[in-house]
Every structure is written in C-alpha cells, then in structure tokens.
Design a protein around this ligand. Structure first.
Ligand code: IPM
Ligand code: MN
Length: 372
C-alpha cells in the first residue's frame, strides 16, 4: 500500500487515498456521518484522508443501465481503501446490483476475507436475557470469494416441469487455506482467548467441509498457541443465542458466514451497529456497514450511522492507524453508553447527523490511549 506523504510547509503528513461509494438508500446519509468522524480523527491525529466519490448504485444503473463501468475495477485498485455505504434499490431486481457492484468488487479485488466483529457495546440493548458486553465479543472470519457465491451453476429445461437448477459451491485448497491462515493470524494478534472455531457442516457437506476441516487442522499445527474447536453451522446458531461467550474467532465459508453474521448483528444490538471489512491483506480492502440500504428510512435522518462509523474505524485500523481506529471505537462506546436510547432507526433519541456529531465530539475530546 503506498502512503503518499504530502509536504505541508516542512511537515510531512501521511495521506490515504479513499474511494467512497455512498451507494443507495440510506447509504449516503450514514457515509456522510462516517466521513465527519474520519475527518475529526484524522485532524486530531495528524494524517490526511483524500476522498474520491463514486456514484455507483441503483440510481446510476437506472439512468445508464450500467452497474460498474469497465474502468472501475482498475481505478479502485489505485486506492488505499474503499468506503462503501449500501447497495440495493427497490426498483432494481434483486441480484443485479449485488452481483454487479458489491460481489464484483469483492471478487475482482480478491477481498478474500470478510471480517465481521460481533461486540456488544456498553449501554446497548441485547435481545439475549442476562448477556452483558463481556459475554458478546467475538469475530467472524467469513471466506469472501468462493463457496456458493461464485455464480457457478445453471438451469436445464428452464420453465418446464422438468426444470433443473444447479448452484455449485466452489472450495479451492488455496482459497480455503488463505482464509484459515488469516483467521489463525488474526486470532493470535487479537490475543483474547486465543481460540479459533471452525464453523462447518462436516456431517452433510462431506466434500467441501472435508477440505475445510483437513486444512484447518493442518494449518493449526503451525499455531500451537491457538486452541482449535469445531461446530456445525446449525449448532452454532444455537450457541450464539445460548452461550455467545464461548467464541473468540470463528472461521467459516461464504454462505454460512453470511447467515451467522446476521444473527451476530442481532445479538450485538442490530444492524445499526454491525460493521464489516472485505479484506485483501495484500491489496485494496473495502469497509461497509453490513445492513442494507433501508429504503423505507431513506432521507428521513433517522437511520443509525454507527455501523458506518464503526466500519470507518475498521478501515483506519486496517490502514495501520490503530490509535485512530481505537479512538473511534471508544467514542462510539461513549455514545452508546451515555446517549442513545436505542440503536434502532427512528428510536435513537437523536437524528442521524446528531449521532455523527456526538461521535465526532468524543473523537476530538477523549484522552488518547491504545487499549479500548
Ligand atoms: C452481506 C450481504 C451480501 C452478501 C448481499 C447483499 C449480496 O448480505 O454483505 O452480508 O450476501 O454477502
Ligand atoms: Mn448478509
């Protein structure tokens, strides 16, 4: 990643080039607050963010018939990171924008890990009885470029009574191994319980998860400091509700990761707070709130921007600005514990912009320290 240093009157300020895709629905509203907080933190800590905005999304598609222009992928490769709001438009058939924009970027930029922390912040209502912030703090490492998401398959005799629809799950040794390796490294660096759980379905998906399981235990030999564990995906949904405190880092395939992280989002307080990073450790990564474009709340100033703000924090951490990332997280925790009535859209007790203002204020005023 090349970090340009710009010379400001003798003082060299580190500058990161960020591609911003506000996208559809409430995407632009939450991204605006994220950028507000990014500006506050970069100003305080002395680095610069240089934003380039792209109008990819449903409106552009309806106007031009184009999801991503051909030049987009090569252009996006030149940035240090991508900051995405939301993709999905009520007037566009499901699948077109998701595949044409979101999945295309994930695949073509080879963002092979989808990193989704599930953390209950102080003051946040948890739907699980008796569970406290200390009980819910784990991270899902979702494989992000393979599995059922590759679009392999097809129809036979479509529209007839003999129709066949095939959707293939692709799992390559290379793809599985790099994701598992990332999870072990992440678990070691996180240094919490040092426990990595493989989430699969070895009892039914006897080809795909055989490969996953073999690879998992082979790689594990290189990480004697990490405790390994295995859970079937159906059981894991049960444990998320019953014993979320058992988990530290979880690694899983694309489809299971998609499903269990929505459940994860609910136990951390909802889509208003759930953030994720699409990571290519050797390339350009993309950070996004994991909730959708929420068309029914669009333009009302009631959507919760915290997920987008947390995604911005993850982005800075990933760029190597760890102190900045932690500062954003601590500011968010101040806001959840001292201000917001609820994390749900329209029930926060504050508007979208006011929540952004509050986080920006704490980012400016909190004492600086690394741990959260
Ligand atoms: C997510 C979303 C996407 C996915 C959709 C919008 C394609 O649900 O980021 O989890 O399935 O990956
Ligand atoms: Mn999803």
């Amino acid at each position: 990643m090349d970090k340009k240093e710009i010379n400001y009157g003798g003082y060299k300020m580190k500058t990161y080039k960020i591609a911003v895709i506000p996208g559809d629905g409430t995407g632009p509203e939450v991204i605006r607050e994220g950028v507000k907080v990014l500006d506050a933190v970069s100003h305080r800590l002395g680095f610069k963010l240089d934003y380039t905005y792209y109008d990819f999304g449903g409106e552009r598609y309806l106007r031009t018939g184009e999801t991503l222009p051909d030049s987009a992928i090569e252009e996006l490769k030149k940035f240090d990171a991508i900051y995405l709001g939301a993709i999905g438009h009520p007037q566009v058939k499901p699948g077109i924008l998701e595949k044409g924009i979101l999945l295309r970027i994930r695949f073509e930029l080879d963002q092979y890990v989808n990193l989704r922390p599930v953390k209950l912040y102080p003051g946040v209502d948890c739907p699980l009885k008796d569970k406290k912030p200390e009980d819910i703090d784990f991270v899902v490492v979702r494989e992000n470029t393979e599995g059922l998401y590759t679009g392999s398959g097809g129809f036979l005799k479509k529209g007839t009574p003999d129709e066949v629809a095939i959707q293939v799950s692709i799992n390559t040794r290379k793809g599985v191994e790099r994701c598992i390796r990332y999870a072990f490294e992440y678990c070691r660096k996180r240094n919490k319980n040092k426990k990595l759980t493989l989430c699969g379905k070895t009892n039914v998906l006897t080809f795909a998860f055989d490969l996953w399981e073999r690879t998992f235990y082979e790689v594990a030999k290189e990480y004697p400091d990490i405790t390994t564990d295995y859970a079937h995906v159906d059981a894991i949904t049960m444990w998320f509700v019953k014993n979320p405190e058992w988990f530290d880092v979880i690694v899983t395939d694309n489809m299971f990761g998609d499903i269990i992280t929505d459940l994860g989002a609910m136990i951390q307080g909802g889509m208003g707070i759930a953030a994720g990073g699409n990571i290519n450790p050797e390339g350009v990564s993309m950070f996004e709130p994991i909730g959708g474009s929420a068309p029914k709340y669009t333009g009302k100033g009631v959507i919760n921007p915290l997920a987008a703000i947390c995604a911005a924090g993850m982005m800075l951490e990933n760029l190597g600005e760890e102190l900045a990332g932690k500062l954003i997280e601590r500011a968010v925790m101040e806001v959840t514990s001292k201000h917001l009535k609820s994390l749900a859209a329209g029930k926060m007790g504050y508007s979208t912009a006011e929540v952004g203002d509050l986080v920006a204020k704490y980012v400016t005023e909190l004492p600086l320290k690394l741990e959260s």
